[in-house]
Design a protein around this ligand. Structure first.
Ligand SMILES: Cc1cc2nc3c(=O)[nH]c(=O)nc-3n(C[C@H](O)[C@H](O)[C@H](O)COP(=O)(O)OP(=O)(O)OC[C@H]3O[C@@H](n4cnc5c(N)ncnc54)[C@H](O)[C@@H]3O)c2cc1C
Length: 337
């Protein structure tokens, strides 16, 4: 019987990230579909809580543990997952596409003489054989791929599977790894505070800001300071993910008044990102096609615009509030604050 090895590293607080739990669901259903054994390999300073949090997945647990495996150092991450892979000789290795494993897993494929495919959007067993799915051309086309080479090393992107939920008490076989030869020393990890990090892929709501926030309003004046405060308040309370139109993030290059915490990383659309959130609210954004194309994975779409004939009104959102976003969001902030 072949083995599917699922690997994950713990986060700063010893838990597993959402994408790690999603990847476990995908690995488990692939193992079921292929009638393969599921092996679970965990890496971290202390993996007991993480192992217990997923104990019900039915896999055989292995762990590489110790303070030297707390931080994402390529050489120790690679040494750890190589040891785990050698322990259970898997046909397939699957890990979450975190920044740590996006770096380390290609290295693992080289060391094992296998092949790697990254940023997958899905996995399934077809006639007992593994088939991977991946988006191409900025997520406009989804391709399916198979490979004959083994081991096949895979990373799964976030938001592509349901997070595994099933705690219990796990029995973990500890695998020892000698990293005394690793010269890179990590001085510590600084996690970004929730308030500094406004791009939150796991948030319930995507809150999009458009150029209207910096345009002259009914009184003939611009109110960028009020806009900043209003947006910040809303994000602070709701912990929504912040997105923007291209026009707004481009304003800094054009010398206009800017929303200080927006960067090009926030841009949603054809030349920006296509985030996945259950809900989206666009404010002061016209809803032009190159922007709205980035909303294709947002399930429920709402927009606020003073213009009842804006792009959102052309069948691009579920609910359009025709009104002044400054006033509406001020009221919303009062209600939720
Ligand atoms: C090749 C190409 C690629 C592109 N890629 C992208 C992309 O990736 N992402 C992207 O966003 N755009 C992209 N664009 C640009 C896109 O076509 C639009 O120009 C852009 O999305 C417009 O941004 P906006 O809606 O914020 O600004 P505007 O078009 O200026 O709209 C501002 C809106 O704010 C409203 N408004 C003003 N004040 C208020 C108020 N008080 N309350 C409520 N509403 C108010 C106005 O009615 C207006 O509808 C691309 C364009 C091209 C040609």
């Amino acid at each position: 019987m072949s083995t599917i090895l699922y690997i994950a590293h713990t986060e700063c607080d010893g838990t597993l990230s959402k994408v790690a739990l999603e990847t476990l669901s995908a690995a488990k259903s692939l193992a079921d579909g292929m009638d393969a054994e599921l092996a679970v390999g965990l890496v971290g300073a202390d993996i007991v809580a993480a192992a217990d949090s997923i104990a019900a997945c039915g896999g055989t647990f292995y762990g590489v543990t110790g303070p030297e495996f707390n931080d994402g150092v390529y050489s120790s991450d690679l040494a750890a997952i190589e040891a785990l892979a050698k322990e259970c000789a898997p046909e397939i290795v699957i890990g979450p596409a975190t920044s740590r494993y996006s770096r380390a897993l290609p290295g693992l494929a080289i060391r094992l003489g296998g092949r790697v495919d990254t940023h997958l959007s899905g996995l399934e067993a077809v006639d007992g054989k593994p088939v991977a799915k991946r988006w191409f051309y900025r997520q406009r086309m989804e391709g399916t791929l198979t490979r004959e080479e083994r081991p096949w090393v895979l990373t799964l992107d976030s938001g592509c599977a349901v997070a595994f939920d099933g705690a219990g008490s796990a029995e973990v076989t500890v695998v020892s790894v000698d990293v005394s030869g690793v010269r890179t020393k990590s001085l510590g990890m600084e996690c970004v505070s929730e308030d500094q990090q406004t791009i939150r892929p796991d948030a319930e709501l995507l809150f999009v800001t458009g150029a209207g926030w910096t345009k002259k309003q009914a009184d003939g004046q611009v109110h960028v300071d009020v806009a900043e405060e209003t947006i910040k308040n809303f994000l602070g309370v709701t912990k929504s993910s912040l997105g923007s139109s291209k026009s707004l993030v481009d304003i800094s290059g054009e010398g206009g008044a800017v929303i200080s915490f927006l960067t090009h990383m926030h841009q949603v659309g054809q030349t920006g990102s296509s985030p996945r959130h259950p809900k989206g609210l666009a404010t002061c954004c016209h809803g032009e096609e190159p922007h709205v194309v980035g909303w294709r994975f947002i399930k429920e779409r709402r927009a606020i615009n003073t213009d009842a004939g804006c792009g959102w009104a052309q069948g691009k959102c579920d609910v359009l509030y025709v009104g002044d976003a400054f006033e509406i969001m001020k009221k919303v902030n009062e209600l939720i604050g």
